[in-house]
Every structure is written in C-alpha cells, then in structure tokens.
Design a protein around this ligand. Sequence first.
Ligand SMILES: [Zn+2]
Length: 329
Amino acid sequence: MQTFKELAKTQSIIATILQNSLRDHRINHAYIFTGDYEPLLLEAARLFAKTLFCEKQETEPCLVCSNCRRMDSGNFVDYYEIEPDGATIKKEQVQQLMHDLSLRGLEGNRQVYVVSQAHRMTPQAANSLLKFFEEPGEGKVAILLTNQPHLLLPTIRSRGQLLTFRPADRTIIAAALSERTGRDAELATLAARVYPKIDDAEQALSEEWFVNARAQVLQLMEELMSRPADLPLFVQEKWIGQFKSRQDARIGLELVTAFFEDVLHLKLDPSWETITYSRHRPLLEQAGAKSQATITRSLQAVLEAVKRVEANVNPQLTVERLMFDLQKG
Ligand SMILES: [Zn+2]
C-alpha cells in the first residue's frame, strides 16, 4: 500500500484521521492501531511513517524523495519496528529499542517506532515502554499494533490514540497473501478460506503440502466426473497419503466444500465473478452440468463429512463414504 488514497478504499475513516493530523501538524506521540488483520495495520503504520518523513511534508508521501525511497528499501535510520521474539516481546527488546532511539535521531527531527503484536509485551516490557511514554522526548512517535487491544495495559491504552480498523475483506487478504508468498491468487484465496488464522494460511502457502492438497482435490473432482469407478483406488493410493491426520483431512474436505460451493454459485449465476477456484473454471463448469439438486446433495454430503471428521470418525472411512455418496449423485 503506497498511498492514503489506497488505504481509504477499505479504511476511509482511518485514512481521513491520519491525513487530517498530517495536514494540521498535530501528531500524537502514541497511536494504537487495532483490527483483525495485523499485516494491514503494519502497512498503514509504514505509510503514516513514510508520509511523516517525506521531504514534501504533505498528506501523501511523494514516493520519489530520498526519504521515501529509503523507507521503501527498509533502511531509514529513524524508523524502527519490533515484534515478538518467540511468544512475547521482552523487556530487553524494549530497552534496546529505547537505547537505539536515544542514540540516533540526529538525521531528522522525528523518529517513529512500531511495536507489532503489542499485546504480547510482557508486563515488564510494557512497563519499560510506559516509562518511556511518560517522557517521550521531542519528535518520537510510537505506533502499537494489536488485534487484542483489551490485553494491553490500561495505562498504555489510555496514553495512545486508539484507531480501530474495519474488519478486513478476505479477498484483499488473499491478494496480500498472494503477494507476500508468491503463490497464485487462487491458492491464496483457498488458504484464506480454509484457515481461520492468517498466520496459519501464510504458513500453509509456504509449504508444498498445500499446493499438493489443491492438486489432489482437483484430481478427485476429475476422477469423480470422468472415471467414477476408479475413485476408491484414487482414495487409497493418493488421497489418504496426502490427508493423513484429522486436521489435514478436515482441510482436504474444506477444499472440496469450496469446490462444490463454486459449482453451485456458477449454476445459479453463470456471471458469478468471485469464485474460489478461479483458475479452474472449465472443471467447475463441467461439474455444473449436473442438476442443481445433484450439486446441492453433493455439497451436503461434503459438509456431513466435515462434521464426521470433527466428531472423530476415522478420516479414511469418512472419505470412502463420501466418495460413495458423491458417485450416487
Ligand atoms: Zn517523499
């Protein structure tokens, strides 16, 4: 995200508040950005910092001055980010940050530091930060990011300006995941859909397992339509090896669910744009040749299978029974 204009597409209130404070030169010494999707909070924090440092001093970064370019390349000396080291942000990390802030700051008259997942500060770390808040010094701006603002110390919360972001749009999340992981948009959309937590989705996208999982699901659908008699063999030889654990089995079935939901959407509205398996439209259309009643029954059968896996029924038995139901149509 390069501009406030872009941020305003999904977060118009946040963009307006931040741009007004830039225009009026009324910058707080602490902000708390909160929302359900931390990568978006971090992008907004970087954008705000970049605009503060920009030589043009306007309400958008110019993107061409040397400060803007150094912010983009990630080596601007007056900008700092810290994040949890393992499970928590430790006192030593905050103290190191404070030390760095006290040493530098000679380049310009402002320093910005961002604390990601700020609710993971240990009480000692939070107290160190609090001491610093009480005597922030000239030009220092803190931006704390958190999806759990209620876990911040009340004394910290009360000293920062709280900006609450709107819940993030999953299609935007998928686009961001795709950009960060280099995976195609369809795979990123699938991950954002079957993993409730973004971190888990990003982790899945970094592993070949998830790429193979999609391939298995697509092959399963091809077998179902072209060679239904071979389905039991396919399940034995391929599916079971890919989706071994209960968790994996659930992901596999969720991917199948997404497939049938796409088929049903397209059946009801052939101009439907936001399909999940966007790269496999011909296969979806092939599956959509069946009657609406059949597609609906298939979808119900997959949802039943998800429930069975969650209720601890053996994953292999569950999938075998599902194949039987899907073949019946
Ligand atoms: Zn600039």
